[in-house]
Design a protein around this ligand. Structure first.
Ligand code: GAR
Length: 201
């Protein structure tokens, strides 16, 4: 069975959806490690409660982003991690890191990429006044929020929408489609050709 790690920086509601999907047998892989760059990330607590091994590494103890990434990868290799899922990991992975796991890192982003990249996708789309927004699940490349797209789900932004209601809607969609995308990957149903990801029947 493939082993994977989930990286979190905050709340970890997507991590929770993934834990639940693994438990339900919808994702047929072992969630072997939850890593965070933030000691206080609620995601770490969720992992501990689910009996999953956790790891926190403090960036402050490393001289360069490269040495930080290198140490994370050493831990991943030690655990025999086959692929990685970024679930609200708010730190850019170095090009070197991404090269260690080509098309084996999956990210969730709370907008329809390539619109509203970055840390505040929900708020940026809302403030811009978009009439539609949604969620993107994609492979991670060295450039931020730019790798090949696996799944997107869009929905209409109503006139009554508040930032809070929009965020709630986004998270609901994330929790539905992110575990699905991970399951497709685990089942070997994603074929990447350049920027295109074919979903095999
Ligand atoms: C999610 O909305 C995810 O799409 C976003 O962080 C949130 C994490 O929530 N990620 C990004 O913006 C990445 N650029 P969670 O910690 O409750 O899963």
């Amino acid at each position: 069975m493939q082993k994977f790690a989930v990286f979190v920086s905050g709340n970890g509601s997507n991590l929770q959806a993934i834990i639940d999907a693994v438990k339900a047998g919808e994702i047929k892989a072992e969630l072997a490690l939850v890593f965070s760059n933030r000691r206080k990330a609620l995601g770490l607590k969720r992992a501990e409660e689910a009996g999953i091994k956790t790891l926190f590494l403090d960036r402050k103890h490393y001289g360069t982003p490269q040495s930080y990434d290198r140490d994370i990868v050493i831990h991943l290799k030690k655990e025999g991690i086959d692929f990685i899922v970024l679930a609200g990991y708010m730190k850019l992975l170095s090009a070197w890191f991404v090269k260690q796991y080509p098309n084996q890192i999956i990210n969730v982003h709370p907008s329809l990429l390539p619109s509203f990249k970055g840390m505040n996708g929900i708020k940026d789309a809302f403030t811009y006044g978009v009439k539609q927004t949604g969620v993107t699940i994609h492979f991670v490349s060295a450039k931020m929020d730019q790798g090949p797209i696996i799944i997107q789900e869009a929905f209409k932004v109503t006139e009554k929408e508040t930032l809070e209601s929009l965020a709630e809607h986004i998270h609901k969609v994330e929790h539905k489609i992110f575990p699905k995308a991970i399951a497709l990957f685990v089942d070997g149903r994603l074929k990447v050709k350049g920027r295109k990801v074919e979903i095999l029947k």
